[in-house]
Design a protein around this ligand. Structure first.
Ligand code: GYE
Length: 325
């Protein structure tokens, strides 16, 4: 009798324990996209690349059936940090996606998000923070884009007696600007390129034109322009034309992104090269977030695959016609 009683008590204790631990023998919840509520903190709307990146997140959210709460920080870091904290406080949000304006200043909010049990995925821009504070980073190898840019500029300036290149920089705190500049400098020495001017034009066509105008007033002994994005390159092209010179001929122009504006300039011959930077990252980001929600450990960086497009490419018009952005 005592044995039976002891057995009954033991079984009840196990069931009680299981019930308290919430497992009660039931399977662990498996999340689907319909369970995902994503707080997305975008940089702003500074150009064609950014418009395509935003569209990717909005369109893919609709296709997958997840709820996207989109925030445009209007290129202000303080807005991004505030939005981050709002999404942490928002009980509905279980995933936070960040396109960081700057590489630094994220440790506090990332720790707060971790403590709140929120999944964080970095998209587009990498940051300087401990890897255990985010699930993964989905974005380009900007340093490789910089190295590709230098290699292509070397080809454009082959045979030129001088190889003076001016550099239009994105916003200086961003990983895209830092890494593209670093990559370009790693390889420019291979052919004797000298950077004679470098200045930020904040990813903007208007600022790119103004900066290029100021450089041309100082000297026209410029053989190449390395613009860290297409908008600034297109601005430089206008300034070169207004100075009575032929962009793409008198001065070689290379930019980064491969947006529609750049393809138009490639076809016209005013732009020589655009190095692709893929903005259509949402499918990879949402897939990574779902895996993280379901407890999977992810690689800390998933680089995008990207190409190079030149005004001399034989099938340029056909390629342009098939592109999404
Ligand atoms: O090159 C530029 C945008 O982070 C890769 O940001 C992105 C960059 C892109 O403003 O056009």
């Amino acid at each position: 009798m005592k044995k039976i009683l002891g057995l009954v008590v033991s079984v009840m204790a196990v069931l009680l324990l299981a019930a308290c631990s919430g497992t009660s023998g039931g399977a662990k919840k498996t999340y689907t996209y319909r369970d995902m509520v994503v707080g997305f903190i975008q940089t702003g709307s500074e150009g064609g690349w950014r418009a395509a990146n935003t569209a990717s997140f909005k369109e893919t959210a609709g296709e997958l059936g997840l709820l996207l709460k989109f925030y445009d920080a209007q290129n202000k870091l303080e807005n991004q940090v505030a939005a981050f904290r709002n999404f942490i406080a928002d009980k509905e949000v279980n995933v936070i996606v960040l396109a960081a304006l700057e590489t630094t200043g994220w440790d506090d909010v990332l720790k707060e998000a971790k403590d709140a049990g929120k999944i964080v995925v970095l998209e587009d821009r990498r940051i300087d923070a401990s890897e255990d504070l985010y699930a993964t980073y989905i974005g380009s190898d900007f340093a490789e884009e910089g190295r590709k840019s230098a290699d292509e500029m070397c080809k454009l300036l082959e045979g030129s007696a001088s190889k003076n290149v001016v550099e239009l920089v994105g916003n200086v705190g961003s990983s895209a600007a830092k890494d593209r500049g670093q990559g370009f400098r790693e390889k420019m020495g291979d052919c004797g390129i000298v950077i004679t001017q470098t200045q930020t034009a904040n990813w903007s066509a208007t600022e790119g034109k103004a900066v290029m105008e100021s450089w041309l007033k100082q000297s026209t002994d410029i053989q190449g322009v390395f613009a860290q994005n297409d908008e600034m390159g297109l601005g430089a092209i206008l300034a070169i034309q207004e100075a009575g010179l032929k962009p793409g001929v008198d001065i070689k122009i290379l930019s980064v992104d491969a947006t529609a504006g750049a393809f138009k300039a490639l076809v016209e011959g005013t732009l020589n090269v655009t190095v692709e930077c893929n903005p259509l990252l949402a499918p990879q980001v949402y897939e990574a977030a779902l895996k993280a929600l379901n407890g999977e450990t992810l690689p800390k960086w998933v680089p995008s695959q990207e190409g190079v497009f030149r005004s001399t490419d034989p099938n340029l018009a056909e390629v342009f016609a098939q592109r999404k952005y």
